[in-house]
Design a binder for this molecule. Sequence first.
Ligand code: SF4
Length: 361
Amino acid sequence: MFDVSIERLVRGGHLEESRAARTQFLWDEIRRLKRDKHAFIPAHNYQVPEVQAIADTVGDSFELAVRARNVDARLVVFCGVRFMAEGCYTLAPHLPVYLPSQRALCSLAEVDADELEERQEFLRGLGRKFVTMTYVNTYADVKALSDACCTSSNAVRIAERLAAPDILFVPDQNLAYQVAFKTKRTYLPPPDPHAFHPKEYRERIEPLLREGERQGLVGNVFAWEGACHVHHNMTVADIATIRRDDPTAVVIVHGEVRPELQQAADEVMSTSQMAKYVETHPEKTRLAILTECGLVVRLELEHPEKQFYKPCRLCEHMKAIDLENVYLTLRDEPPECRVTVPEEVRAGAARAMERMIELAT
Ligand code: SF4
């Protein structure tokens, strides 16, 4: 839970003064409706602070997925993006789950399930013994084709616990790099987006496979060609500027940034790991956190004693959720905002998500 006052939001420049009265009205109404309707509101760490403030729980995608399983409520209004609301429904199909905006999508999650089946077939044709690990930032049809899901907080642990030398990692190519690096596997870069040519790809990866074998590595990570536009557009120059201006600041990056940024940073973490790090390291007073701005803004409000450098970026999909559409969704329960998945797909996706929870905890 995130506790903040309107006055603090205005003082910190996070809310225009002219919006203060309306925000207070929306907070009061949302809290009243939540009680009356026995509703549950989860919010992702990237939501704006005034939305995080009315949530029942705030966290990263793994935490929100785990909490969705045991929700005691009559309905859920999910403050995040569509794949998260879908994941909530996948694990708690007895609950009506609503997403307040149709624009709350995710550039990373757009994976074509047919293309995934083609890639799996290709790897089988090469005789590879592989598992398919799917980041939760995907839709249910892709999750259903996977052996296990993962998030940035548990991808390495799950890769270590799955008993297969090779991993087809879908869809984030940068997190795939982190998994390969930390589990001592060869990282096989992805083909160009929507341009998978089996022969060309095979010619490109074969020397890398041979080199990995020569070095005695555990196996290989075949990266998919996806990337989060928010993190993928961050640059090494962002880190170099911070290092130049304040060499003692701690630089923490998200696992979705490019490999060269992961190498240049002090830590690579998920959003909730970042929040925990800030909380449990009182001696670290100057930090640069490279992820979406929503988390950094909340950390600033929670830790006024610390200084945060902000080479963060906004995700317009996350910012499609606001107090106005949360209020209207909770009040009216509009059918077009309800998120469901066909049962046969949901069951497959649930299996992969449950496997993640089992392996990660
Ligand atoms: S920050 Fe990136 S991964 Fe997260 S919802 Fe936005 S586009 Fe998707």
